[in-house]
Write a protein that binds this ligand. Structure first.
Ligand code: 13P
Length: 252
């Protein structure tokens, strides 16, 4: 099964209406001019900017997503946002289980799985994040940690079409440090093999596994051409048009 790479920008708690306009119109101008689309481009701004982002992305090839959603469908849950609300704001994807949510909000694998199942039910695609901390890496536990996260946070009915995994070593996020190519290759191959056991060879072969953590234009070519790396989940560099587009250039 062929996998169309995904270049996804996670804006985290950053961004303004002006940045939304400049980024989406700027990206669309470049992306839409490509005669063929060798990758998909996704921007995930904070909740308050999703509607505006969708407006600018209308009639362009740029796709919009959210950064989190509730595991519940609706009701008395002050401050929460449902998957259906994201869908109605014309988001197509939602990032779930980012390490910042696991750490800042105590999100467990079980909660992430419940969120993913609700999001799929409401018609979103999900990007499930996994990755080890520096302490876990130093203890040689990377594969064990990632394996547990993959087996416990993926929705029961995981299909290649609507589930994406992002491997983001926590110690590489926002630090300028990245694993070696061999380390990335090992973890991605390991996840693919585990997926094959969970959902079968065909689905596992079509499911995209992104790398995230300090991806920049200067290292994108190297990271994104590693076997089993099907795109990037980009934080800081997704806030600058030239940097984000520079990363996508790895596929051009
Ligand atoms: P940076 O690209 O800023 O390291 O962030 C990665 C990330 O957390 C994306 O979700």
């Amino acid at each position: 099964m062929t996998r169309t790479p995904l270049i996804a920008g996670n804006w985290k708690m950053n961004g303004t209406p002006m940045l939304v306009k400049d980024m989406i119109l700027g990206l669309a101008q470049k992306y839409d001019a490509l005669p063929e689309k060798p990758f998909e481009m996704l921007i995930c701004p904070p909740f308050t900017l999703i509607g505006l982002a969708s407006e600018f992305a209308k009639n362009t090839g740029i796709v919009i997503g959210g950064q989190n959603c509730s595991a519940l469908s609706n009701g008395a849950h002050t401050g929460d946002i449902s998957a259906l609300m994201l869908k109605e704001a014309r988001a197509k994807y939602v990032i779930l289980g980012h390490s910042e949510r696991r750490t800042d909000h105590g999100e467990t694998n079980a909660l992430i799985k419940a969120k993913a199942e609700q999001a799929l039910k409401d018609g979103l695609k999900v990007i499930i994040c996994v990755g080890e901390t520096e302490v876990q890496k130093d203890a040689g536990e990377t594969l064990k940690v990632v394996s547990k996260q993959v087996s416990e946070s993926l929705p029961s009915d995981t299909k290649a079409d609507d589930v994406v995994i992002a491997y983001e070593p926590v110690w590489a996020i926002g630090t300028g440090r990245t694993p070696t190519g061999a380390e990335v290759e090992e973890v991605h191959a390991f996840i693919r093999k585990q997926l094959a056991e969970m959902i079968g060879l065909d689905e596992a072969g079509g499911l995209r596994i992104l790398y995230g953590g300090s991806v920049k234009p200067s290292n994108a070519k190297e990271l994104l051409h590693i076997p089993n790396v099907d795109g990037a989940l980009v934080g800081g560099a997704s806030l600058k048009l030239d940097d984000f587009w520079g990363i996508a250039q790895a596929y051009l």
